[in-house]
Design a protein around this ligand. Structure first.
Ligand SMILES: Cc1ncc(COP(=O)(O)O)c(C=O)c1O
Length: 416
């Protein structure tokens, strides 16, 4: 794509945008004069789809009118409404996904199954600078099994002078750990740098040495096109309040490859994972559903899931291929303008579109002060210590003209 540095060019891109009608389907935060803020924080909390209220009111209304009878007629199988759409979102089969719990909770539940340190095979790999919750979860899992993170946790570190990891280096670490490696779990994309890892190559490498491989897709779901089943990924977990726009604290989702569904090993069980035919017999023996649903523990948080239903309608209507196509162009435009207009800004996110999603991570002279000034001037993005401003134009609710306006605002601030 050949971009131009002008507002009229940004306008033309908006006018010709096949997804140009979608921003109208979301509520925008506004400043005190009633103007829309420039909202580039879909990687933290997606905007509210206007349809959400209707979806929530439907469940409130049923609860009001039917009480427990709503459980029998609708909520008992509520999570099943997400199986097909979620499978399309991550490139899996409907039996391989389920919406449940919150993200870190799911990471723990998945690691109980997919991190099984035994004998000399007890190491686990994560990327250095992973989201702290993932690191805490992994360290506590290691300790739970009676080991020390000091000689069990391996953190992948970029080469000297580089900000992101090279696939060849990740694979070499996996090969070197060989029989000592139990599990690989990476955040994809990494929340700080925005780097997307080659899931297929890493999964293959992990499997070659006999390890399980999984991903925290908090920043991947609704952002990247994925084929988790074909890539043979063992497990994955994500949240739905970021790119998926399902609201603060909305429930997460998991993927568990169907080759693991007849699981005989560890799992933490609960009644919602029980065979549906016998669940309400209230018997003492756990007979798990032989799909990802078998990892469920509790019944569905229907009120939290209703906004996700609204959001998934939109994602399913557009499809990840079209979403990703716009995202590459939108983020590409942002990158082009930054390089052209703001030479003092360093983009640490990889240049190659297949190694990134919506987000660009910017290192800006003046750091936090510049971020604060952006906030004062009506830009919603975020600051992550030690020195990054994360900017993530969302293909469903952001426009090319907002990208242009953002760069002009940042230029004015930096010129001052
Ligand atoms: C990569 C990543 N992992 C884990 C979490 C924690 O999510 P939760 O609070 O839903 O468990 C977040 C939250 O932003 C995240 O970005």
């Amino acid at each position: 794509m050949k971009y131009k540095n002008s507002s009229s060019f940004a306008n033309i891109l908006d006018q010709n945008d096949p997804l140009g009608a979608y921003p109208e389907k979301f509520y925008y935060p506004k400043n005190k004069y009633g103007d829309n803020l420039i909202y580039f924080s879909g990687n933290s909390l997606g905007l509210q789809p206007k349809s959400v209220r209707t979806f929530v009111e439907k469940e409130l209304d049923l609860w009001e009118r039917k009480g427990l009878l709503g459980q029998h007629s609708r909520w008992k199988n509520f999570h099943e409404k997400f199986l097909e759409t979620t499978a399309r979102l991550v490139g899996g089969h409907s039996s391989e996904v389920v919406v449940m719990n919150a993200l870190t909770v799911n990471i723990h539940f998945l690691l109980i199954s997919f991190y099984q340190p035994i004998g000399t095979r007890k190491k686990i790999i994560i990327e250095k600078g992973a989201f702290p919750s993932d690191l805490y979860a992994i360290k506590s899992q290691i300790k739970f099994h009676g080991f020390s993170p000091l000689n069990t946790l391996i953190e992948l570190t970029p080469r000297e002078g580089e900000s992101t990891l090279r696939t060849e280096d990740i694979i070499n670490v996996i090969k070197n750990e060989n029989q000592e490696l139990a599990t690989v779990m990476l955040g994809n994309p990494n929340y700080y740098t925005g780097q997307v890892f080659d899931m297929q190559a890493i999964t293959n490498a992990g499997h070659e040495v006999g390890a399980f491989v999984g991903f925290d897709l908090a920043h991947g779901v609704g952002n990247l096109t994925m084929r988790l089943h074909d890539w043979d990924v063992d497990f994955a977990a994500w949240c739905s309040y970021k790119y998926l726009c399902a609201g603060p604290g909305a429930p997460g989702g998991v993927f568990i490859h169907n080759k693991h569904h007849d699981w005989k090993n560890h799992r933490f069980a609960g009644w919602w994972g029980q065979n549906k035919k016998t669940r309400f017999n209230m018997g003492p023996d756990f007979d798990p559903i032989k799909t990802a649903e078998g990892w469920q523990v509790s019944n569905s948080p229907v009120m939290g899931m209703a906004p996700l239903l609204a959001a998934m309608d939109i994602f399913d209507e557009v499809g990840m291929t079209a979403i990703r196509k716009k995202s590459e162009k939108l983020t590409g435009f942002l990158e082009y303008l930054i390089i052209k207009v703001l030479p003092e800004v360093t983009i640490i996110t990889p240049e190659n579109p297949i190694e990134r999603g919506c987000q660009l991570s910017l290192v800006v002279p003046g750091g936090k002060k510049i971020f604060d000034e952006l906030s004062n001037q009506g830009v919603v993005c975020d600051w992550r210590n030690p020195d990054v401003i994360r900017v993530a134009p969302h293909p469903l609710f952001n426009r090319y003209t907002e990208v242009y306006d953002f760069v002009i605002i940042l230029k004015h601030i930096l010129d001052k």
